[in-house]
Ligand binder design. Structure first.
Ligand code: PLP
Length: 439
């Protein structure tokens, strides 16, 4: 086992190698990429893992945590300065006027939904291709989630289908920037404006993603972010709300901490969703590498797309037009088994893992899941909406495009995109060689 210091040095080396490859890629990008046979499929040694360990940390995280420990000020309510410092830094980087840091992405969503006063009888529009937390944040207020199908090309909520899902009861549009890429904000924002419905962006996977050059999160009323362990910057668990609306920022602040404190923002409801000084210290340190790592993911994702688009049956997710930057929390593509002699996706994963390439099948059908079905028999929901209504609601949750996406999708995590150009080639070579072998 490497000591913490050895491991730290190793991670720094990996990061530097990756960054070097990122800058080195500018001229190399001109070359037409070639796919070479991969090692183990040719009878060579098993391939090295194409993964980078996560999270990265160094002396900044260590000293930040120790400083908080030694200060004895561990929370924002007894004079902590790191939480406000992080809020100011995050707001500034996201070009937002206000930020309220929270204990998780879920509590960031709960804060905005609470601040909007969403409650029983209200409908909230959301995509089926998302983490279950988006759904949970809605149902915590006894509001009704309404699923709008996905767009197969971008994997995002289909912006063209949002308008027809709006009813007189729709009180919130809650689209998600899934994988860190951006959903069709032009279409969704125009519905929000025309129908006077607030738009909150679930940007939990998308810090630093941009829509027409503007960081996501403030195209609507507010944006919610997650700093959970797998996210592009992390403190284990954490989150944030950003907004440009002062009144809404005050409502969020007062909802997230008992007793509130901001004037003119009484709600009668609230919770304790505060983040600690320890988490804020970690996030301040993580932000030192935020942009550098994002640039590396940008460069590697572009190179990987260049390589993968030459492989029949592999279709990388497209960026919605208007999206000027993805956060690349996930690298997502569709897989057509017909181009791989009908090899099931699970078998492809086994073959890929022999090549040191781990992959995930991503989300299954949330709208048809047992968790969502259970809402239709929840006694509170049956009392609020009626038994028949709730069973019709579950049956009406049909998203055929998303069903197919769930069968065809393959994901690589953001950490793969922090590797070298050679590791992007390793990934593409592995897929191409498996295909050639079974053809
Ligand atoms: C799209 C989306 N929404 C919400 C969340 C919830 O964030 P957290 O896990 O920090 O509560 C996540 C976390 O994975 C997410 O991916």
């Amino acid at each position: 086992m490497p000591s913490p210091i050895d491991r730290r040095q190793m991670l720094t080396t990996a990061a530097v190698a990756g960054v070097a490859s990122c800058f080195g890629s500018v001229s190399a990008r001109e070359e037409s990429p070639t796919l070479l046979p991969s090692s183990s499929l040719d009878g060579g040694k098993p391939a090295a893992k194409a993964d980078v360990e996560w999270p990265f940390w160094d002396a900044h995280e260590e000293s930040g945590l120790l400083d908080v420990l030694n200060s004895g000020t561990w929370g924002r309510t007894n004079g902590g300065r790191r939480v406000p410092e992080f809020e100011a830094a995050f707001a500034s980087r996201m070009k937002a006027r206000y930020c309220v840091a929270t204990s998780s992405g879920t509590t960031a969503l709960l804060t905005t939904i609470g601040a909007l006063g969403i409650g029983p009888g209200d409908e909230v529009i959301m995509p089926p291709y998302t983490f279950v937390a988006t759904f949970n944040a809605i149902t915590n207020s006894y509001a009704l989630p309404v699923f709008v199908d996905s767009d197969a090309e971008t994997f995002q909520i289909d912006g063209k289908k949002v308008e027809s899902a709006v009813t007189a009861n729709t009180k919130l549009l809650l689209p998600v920037h899934i994988g860190g890429s951006v959903c069709d904000l032009d279409a969704i924002h125009s519905v929000a404006k025309a129908r006077k419905i607030p738009l909150i962006e679930d940007a939990c996977q998308a810090p630093l993603a941009e829509w027409r050059g503007q960081p996501v999160g403030t195209i609507g009323l507010a944006g919610c972010f997650s700093f959970q362990a797998s996210k592009n910057i992390t403190c284990g668990e954490g989150g944030a709300v950003i907004t440009n609306d002062e009144q809404f920022a005050n409502l969020c602040y007062n909802f997230h901490t008992p007793g509130g404190g901001k004037p003119g923002a009484s709600l009668g409801r609230g919770s304790n969703f505060r983040i600690t000084e320890f988490q804020a210290a970690l996030l301040l340190a993580q932000m030192l590498r935020f942009e550098e790592q994002a640039k590396l993911r940008d460069a590697n994702a572009a190179y990987l797309t260049e390589l993968l688009q030459n492989i029949p049956g592999v279709s990388p997710a497209k960026l919605a037009s208007g999206s000027t930057r993805s956060a690349w929390h996930l690298y997502m593509f569709r897989y057509d088994p017909k181009q791989f002699a009908n090899m099931p996706r699970a078998t492809l994963f086994k073959e890929l893992s022999k090549e040191g390439v781990s992959a995930s099948s991503g989300y299954s059908r949330l709208n048809r899941s047992a968790h969502v079905e259970a809402l239709s028999t929840n006694p509170h929901y049956q009392r609020i909406y009626g038994k028949d209504f709730m069973s019709r609601w579950f049956e009406a949750n049909q998203c055929p495009v998303n069903d197919r996406l769930c069968e065809e999708a393959i994901w690589f995590s953001q950490t793969k995109l922090l590797g070298t150009r050679a590791s992007m080639e390793q990934i593409a070579n592995a897929i191409a060689t498996i295909q050639k072998r079974v053809a």
